[in-house]
Design a protein around this ligand. Structure first.
Ligand SMILES: Nc1nc2c(c(=O)[nH]1)N[C@H]1C(S)=C(S)[C@@H](COP(=O)(O)OP(=O)(O)OC[C@H]3O[C@@H](n4cnc5c(=O)[nH]c(N)nc54)[C@H](O)[C@@H]3O)O[C@H]1N2
Ligand SMILES: Nc1nc2c(c(=O)[nH]1)N[C@H]1C(S)=C(S)[C@@H](COP(=O)(O)OP(=O)(O)OC[C@H]3O[C@@H](n4cnc5c(=O)[nH]c(N)nc54)[C@H](O)[C@@H]3O)O[C@H]1N2
Ligand code: SF4
Ligand SMILES: [Mo]
Length: 712
């Protein structure tokens, strides 16, 4: 039996895996891991199905005469090396793009970023996390100087007085986490859920506010207005621990409750009730997820929620604070170690000369040889076939998950050369010139960092099928073919040892974390600096020799890790949190006569993301077999559509068709589609790639559509 973690979401639930006698693997409860205490959702419980060779890639594929055919690893890797070299020679290094994923382990994300910068020499690398929590990251960085999803462990949630959960449907997206909300209520705390739909999560709420999609910024500003006008600000806290209040207060005062009601559709008495519930208890939290973040003003929206926390003294105090619920398995770690366009390991900035010097030192290259920041995810995908001629893609399926997906699919098809490393033949892999079959979670060891900032060891539990190699092997081989013989080890622990050094002194400092500690301590929260004062190089060599030995008496007591941030000071230079004086602006594409309805998108419990993995699991498919359009009976009646009737949803980007699911739990001016499926019912055919000016997040959560019935 091997204790390890789930392959899917940011909760990274603990589970035990045991190879079964007649083949296959069984999952059993792992109660020692505190985040889920043994509980799993249907995806985690059925995850061993992913290990079946029958549903996955087990040999490399190369395109010959237009079709993908099996090839040896040698041939496939040679082709990739050739393809990338040709692009580099003919069009320059920036014509090679790299696209990563927040599901990749820290080791893979780190190696991929390093590979892009020093082997390909390209600035053009970004990843799907840009579509995920980048708005919260940008706002968190601005306000606190540090972006860590939750600045406290999940176990603090039941101990607060009130939680405002903004645009998270965690009953479906992180089911074991629902326990924390149940415990909150058992302890006498209250729950406010803000979602245009009465979701399974909203059903748990003491107060459910159902704003029009894309108006959370106005809602948060309206609440701040009431806080001020009711004299509920914490002036001593504002004075002692923050800066920028005057401008922020002035900006909020323009957002009268009646004006906010007109924008959001949330009645003023409900706004007042929310303020009362949030302000009366001694402590309170605001948690956001993709609802308010995946907007073309996601950063300002999150800033407005942070402002509310700061004005009421509910940040950087026990059982109080703002947090973002990150999404993917390594959504947190994946944004710290360099696969992001503007970033170097340890959450360092690519534009910071000192950061470049440090990381180039670890990599053994000239700091001036490191490229600058490149395009953000959507812009990078949009440049395929024009400025970017070749793409190396690991850990994402943009044909299904990118906004304006039909256009992005065309861009992928127009590339000179596309290589995809994946576990399965995803819709994007099916377009590739070379497909590399790689190992996944239980077949390899690696670390992930969960939504709490807890770094975890995901251990190998089974041998991979024959013919499959790891992502680290792929990068090692491609580096060698480019003449870089050293610096791309295949062993994940060796990569992690280098990551520790590269992150040392950075915001996300992992230098005090070892695989051994992770195994013994059930995870360690960053920052966790190494505690000795030896120079980096020397420490690295010693640790390398000693890492499998027992107690190393010569070193100081290890840093305990940092479960709770900001209790003494924030991560900014002066230690103060910064208010952001934001004001309301509408969504990029308001409904009009031609496209009168709002479309929002999201998830269902039994499917994960682009569905590349979960659509291959029978039990999950039975539970969630296909796309649908959720709409209110009034809207259905206007259309003359009944339950299950095919409905065409049309936006300026395209047309999707899916059966109607009629329910009073959604606003009558809004329809909802999950985005897990390709083909006719693909929600992302419709979505608007309008980008947030700071985070470059697309507006997945609101665009204008019209509905048509489809006659059979
Ligand atoms: N089953 C399942 N679980 C998952 C995933 C999955 O694909 N499937 N993906 C994982 C990942 S990567 C992520 S990022 C998380 C996402 O987790 P969540 O953020 O919980 O997921 P979503 O369904 O995208 O959005 C949450 C809610 O936002 C609401 N919403 C839509 N528009 C708005 C708006 O304008 N304002 C507000 N306030 N709310 C709005 C939707 O109605 C929806 O109920 O889930 C993780 N867990
Ligand atoms: N309309 C709409 N669109 C959305 C969203 C939304 O709410 N609405 N949400 C957005 C969000 S939050 C996210 S995170 C994205 C996610 O969307 P995608 O980036 O498409 O995420 P996945 O479907 O998880 O794709 C991961 C791919 O990597 C493969 N894979 C898994 N493990 C490994 C590995 O170790 N190595 C390699 N090489 N491959 C691996 C999987 O098989 C799969 O094909 O979608 C975004 N798109
Ligand atoms: S909640 Fe997330 S981590 Fe937990 S079992 Fe489900 S998918 Fe896996
Ligand atoms: Mo995500």
């Amino acid at each position: 039996m091997t204790p390890t973690h789930c392959p899917y979401c940011a909760l990274q639930c603990g589970m035990n895996l045991t190879p079964a006698a007649g083949g296959g693997v069984t999952v059993t409860e792992r109660v020692d891991f505190p985040v889920n205490r043994g509980a799993l959702c249907s995806k985690g419980r059925t995850a061993p199905a992913l290990l079946s060779p029958a549903l996955r890639l087990t040999e490399p594929l190369v395109r010959r005469d237009g079709i993908l055919v099996p090839a040896s690893w040698e041939e496939a890797l040679d082709r990739v090396a050739e393809g990338l070299t040709r692009t580099r020679t003919e069009h320059g290094p920036d014509a090679c793009g790299v696209f990563g994923g927040g599901g990749l382990t820290n080791e893979k994300a780190y190696a991929l970023g390093k590979f892009a910068r020093i082997v390909l020499g390209t600035s053009q690398i970004d990843y799907n996390g840009r579509f995920c929590m980048s708005s919260a990251a940008a706002a968190g960085n601005k306000a606190f100087g540090i972006d860590r999803g939750l600045p406290f462990p999940m176990e603090d949630i039941p101990k607060t007085g009130c939680v405002i959960l903004v645009g998270s449907n965690l009953a479906e997206t992180m089911p074991p986490a629902l326990r924390y909300l149940t415990e909150l209520k058992e302890n006498g705390g209250t729950l406010i859920v803000i979602d245009p739909r009465r979701t399974r999560t909203a059903e748990q709420a003491d107060l459910h506010l159902a704003p029009r999609p894309g108006t959370d910024l106005a809602l948060a500003l309206g609440l701040l207005h009431l806080v001020v006008s009711q004299g509920r600000t914490d002036e001593a806290y504002i004075e002692e621990r923050t800066s920028g209040w005057e401008e922020t207060r002035a900006a909020a005062m323009a957002h009268w409750p009646e004006y906010v009601e007109r924008i959001t559709g949330v009645p003023v008495p409900q706004l007042r009730e929310a303020v009362r519930m949030f302000c009366e208890p001694a402590n309170a939290m605001v948690l956001t997820a993709r609802g308010p973040e995946q907007q073309s003003k996601g950063t300002d929206t999150v800033s407005a929620w942070i402002n509310l926390c700061l004005a009421t003294g509910r940040s950087g105090r026990p059982y109080s604070g703002y947090g973002c619920l990150t999404g993917q398995g390594n959504g947190q770690g994946g944004r710290e170690h360099g696969q992001k366009a503007d970033q170097l390991p340890g959450y360092r900035k690519l534009t910071d000369p000192e950061a470049r010097r440090h990381v180039a030192g670890v990599w053994g290259v000239d700091p001036d040889s490191l490229p600058g920041p490149g395009l953000s995810a959507y812009e990078l995908l949009d440049a395929l076939g024009s400025d970017i001629r070749s793409l190396l893609l690991m850990g994402s399926n943009p044909v299904v998950s990118a906004p304006r997906a039909a256009h992005i699919q065309q861009r992928l098809e127009s590339l000179d050369f596309l290589v995809v490393a994946d576990v399965v033949l995803s819709e994007t892999a099916a377009l590739a010139d070379v497909v590399l079959p790689v190992t996944q979670w239980a077949e390899e060891t690696g670390t992930t960092t969960n939504l709490e900032g807890r770094v975890l060891l995901r251990r190998q539990a089974v041998a991979p099928p024959d013919g499959v190699r790891s992502d680290l092997y792929v990068l090692h081989q491609l580096a060698a073919r480019a003449g870089v013989e050293k610096g791309f080890p295949v062993d994940p622990e060796e990569v992690f040892e280098e990551l520790r050094r590269a992150s040392a002194g950075g915001i996300a400092d992992y230098s005090g974390i070892t695989y051994r500690r992770l195994a013994e301590e059930n995870g360690v929260f960053w920052p966790c600096p190494a505690q000795d004062d030896q120079p980096d190089e020397q420490r690295h060599e010693q640790q390398h020799d000693q890492r499998h030995e027992h107690d190393d008496q010569s070193q100081a007591a290890p840093h305990p890790g940092s479960p709770r941030l900001f209790l003494d000071r924030f991560g900014t230079e002066d230690g103060r949190a910064r208010f952001a004086p934001v004001t309301y602006r509408p969504i990029a594409e308001e409904p009009d006569a031609e496209y009168p309805v709002l479309l929002t998108t999201g998830r269902v419990v039994a499917q994960y993301q682009s569905g590349a993995q979960t659509r291959r699991v029978d039990e999950l498919n039975a539970a969630a077999p296909g796309p649908f359009v959720e709409l209110h009976p009034r809207l259905a009646a206007r259309l003359g559509a009944g339950e299950g009737d095919a409905i065409a949803v049309v936006s300026r980007r395209g047309r999707a068709v899916a059966p109607a699911r009629i329910t009073t739990s959604i606003r009558p001016d809004t329809v909802f589609m999950p985005f897990h499926w390709p083909g006719e019912g693909r929600a992302n055919t419709l979505t608007n790639p309008a980008l947030d000016p700071t985070s470059r997040m697309p507006e997945f959560k609101a665009c204008a559509v019209r509905l048509e019935t489809v006659r059979p």
